[in-house]
Design a protein around this ligand. Structure first.
Ligand SMILES: [Fe+2]
Ligand SMILES: [Fe+2]
Length: 250
């Protein structure tokens, strides 16, 4: 089923709660009444087409319309990605961490296993935070500057030189797979942490990890298959403009 703008927002969320995950990244609160997706988007100043692409991507893992997504501005995509980062760091990770911290043990082996899990999770958290910091401090600003540079046909010489040294393809090549470590984390819980005393809680943690994993996969897909190719395209256009002397240097 493809979600369209005429669907009632409430029905769409009842049909698939993942749509709510997308909505929270646009700072939209509940209380939709009978309003359609389009009405809610207009009211909240959200690009309806962009929202629908994301909602459908979350709804169906086979849905990913690269060409359509590539048509949106990098500014729009980056602000969505930054909002997603905020939710990972501010909500998802603390929620899981809190649950892990409340795991109980009644024998020495379980106690040791829980310590291993805590250490592993803390390592994962640091890795994810560093990944996010690097993107927000270096990569995204660079990509946004590319877009502005092309729009105004004006870039600074320093920026142009930097572009020749570090390009979007370097970012893609070094883009670490933050989902990989999550796989190990799930493995630890499934294989080594099923003490009956924590059975329910382990299931809740696992479920949250699976959801986070899926969310991060969609996030990386946007970065690698939309953001990077568009940035590479702009880099090539800027180089071409320079070779034709059609760009101003400031
Ligand atoms: Fe990211
Ligand atoms: Fe990333």
């Amino acid at each position: 089923m493809i979600i369209t703008k005429d669907y009632k927002m409430g029905d769409a969320i009842l049909h698939d709660p993942k749509i709510l995950t997308v909505l929270t990244r646009f700072n939209v609160k509940l209380g939709f009444g009978d309003e359609t997706i389009e009405q809610i988007c207009v009211k909240n100043n959200i690009n309806v087409d962009f929202f629908l692409e994301l909602a459908n991507t979350f709804h169906d893992e086979n849905y990913f319309t690269e060409n359509k997504l590539k048509s949106f501005s990098l500014q729009l995509i980056v602000s969505y990605l930054i909002n997603s980062h905020k939710i990972y760091v501010g909500n998802k990770i603390p929620e899981i961490e809190e649950l892990i911290n409340t795991l109980k043990y009644d024998n020495e082996q379980d106690a040791k296993n829980i310590i291993v899990l805590k250490k592993f999770f803390s390592g994962y958290k640091d890795e994810l935070i560093n990944h996010i910091k690097h993107e927000e401090l270096n990569v995204y600003p660079y990509i946004l500057e590319l877009e502005i540079g092309l729009k105004n046909k004006k870039v600074s010489e320093t920026f142009f030189e930097r572009m020749l040294v570090y390009s979007a393809s370097d970012y893609r090549d070094e883009h670490s797979d933050v989902e990989l470590k999550l796989f190990d984390l799930k493995n630890i819980i499934i294989k080594y942490l099923p003490p009956p005393i924590n059975f329910e809680k382990c299931n809740v943690i696992l479920n949250k990890l699976f959801k986070l994993d899926e969310d991060l996969k969609n996030h990386s897909k946007l970065e690698e298959r939309i953001l990077v190719p568009n940035a590479i395209k702009i880099e090539a256009e800027l180089k071409k403009l320079k070779s034709e002397n059609k760009i101003d240097f400031i």
